[in-house]
Design a binder for this molecule. Sequence first.
Ligand code: URA
Length: 240
Amino acid sequence: MAKERLQKVMAEAGIASRRQSEKIIAAGRVEVNGQVVREQGVKVSSQDEIKVDGVPIEKEQLEYYLLDKPREVISSAHDEKGRRTVVDILKDGGVSQRVYPVGRLDYDTTGALLMTNDGALANKLMHPRFEVDKTYVAKLKGIITNEEMKKLRQGVMIDGRLTHEAHPRLEETDHEKKTCIVRITIHEGHYHQVKRMFAAVGHPVTKLHRERYAFLNLHGLMPGQFRKLRTAEVEALRKL
Ligand code: URA
């Protein structure tokens, strides 16, 4: 069960700011499972009962969505250039909770994007050491060779760092247009990871789509559409 700091949970429940919640905790006004907690840094899960001045707090309902991100949409909550964001898509679709994307897809990348207000789960899934498999379909300039595929499998240098094991598969080649399509599964999630991996073997990406995030695929969704995750899917993400 994911745990979060008590003052953060209080802030999310609308009790007070995090700083102010720390003061409320220090004043002995908060109980967790019937015990007064005065020290800072205590972590709680959704299973814990939290009371402030004897009144149970109403925790923000945790929600989880899978979006098929369209092109030309920003994967963040705000954009200083006023471009449409993934958060706008969910809001316009009637989601009233403040849900945020778990990681990012580039402005021109399409596909599977998890969105939630469960900060603890999001942080866990986004941790670079955390190995969530993600499958991408990339259209490349030029025809990739076996040798280049092998390099991708074994690791290529990006920013002085060797990429982890990847699983690429050549799906299509167009000898006339000199392009090809490669499906690749990776578990890292560094900035522009896929584009930089292909660029490192000499094949710029001209189109990128994420068709799978962990076990979640986009079946039944069209670009710009989203769906709520089922309880079993949320549990499975927690157990990953
Ligand atoms: N890798 C990229 O280069 N871009 C994305 O949007 C996702 C992964």
